[in-house]
Design a protein around this ligand. Structure first.
Ligand SMILES: [Zn+2]
Length: 76
């Protein structure tokens, strides 16, 4: 998985929370798989995960919620 380009720390598999603004509303996606630097906490998501997040955001946008909280596993 390699090292963090920012601090050289080890990247480890983990989960993060992803927040998207929906033009007036807010979408929070919990349990998003990410590689997280154990040293500085910087997070990276794969393009696969990014694509799914985009789809989740598109779906949420149609509902025009003020606040939508979903779990990545259920929504993806
Ligand atoms: Zn780092």
């Amino acid at each position: 998985m390699g090292h963090c380009p920012l601090c050289g720390g080890n990247k480890e598999k983990g989960f993060t929370v992803f927040t998207v603004e929906l033009g007036g509303g807010l979408l929070i996606v919990k349990g998003v798989p990410a590689n997280i630097c154990s040293q500085c906490g910087e997070k990276w998501i794969t393009s696969d995960v990014a694509e799914k997040l985009e789809k989740i955001a598109d779906d949420a946008r149609k509902k025009k919620p003020e606040l939508e909280i979903v779990s990545f596993e259920e929504a993806a």
